[in-house]
Write a protein that binds this ligand. Structure first.
Ligand SMILES: [Zn+2]
Length: 93
């Protein structure tokens, strides 16, 4: 399982799809594909999808609520995604 990854300034988070059995370790190193994870708090329909939106960027999109976050195409692991989005959506305590 990977720890939740911030998706926006309003507390939106990306979490892993369902429950993995057996639990996977080090998922941060995993590359993700078109099905990225679940939009936490958005219900069961909130499966986030990744699609190409330009020559340089992909977008992670929630088809349920239309949350949309753009990332460089070079970002292809959860570890890289977390670094990229934690910088962008830093939540100050
Ligand atoms: Zn959503």
């Amino acid at each position: 399982m990977f720890d939740p990854i911030p998706l926006g300034k309003n507390g939106e988070r990306l979490v892993e799809n369902g429950v993995q059995n057996p639990p996977r370790e080090n998922s941060d190193k995993l590359e993700f594909n078109c099905s990225v994870g679940l939009h936490d708090g958005c219900g069961d329909d909130g499966y986030m999808e990744m699609k190409s939106v330009s020559a340089t960027h992909n977008a992670i999109i929630c088809p349920s609520c239309y949350l949309r976050v753009t990332i460089f195409k070079s970002v292809n692991t959860y570890e890289a995604l977390r670094k990229c989005l934690e910088d962008r959506f830093q939540v100050s305590a």
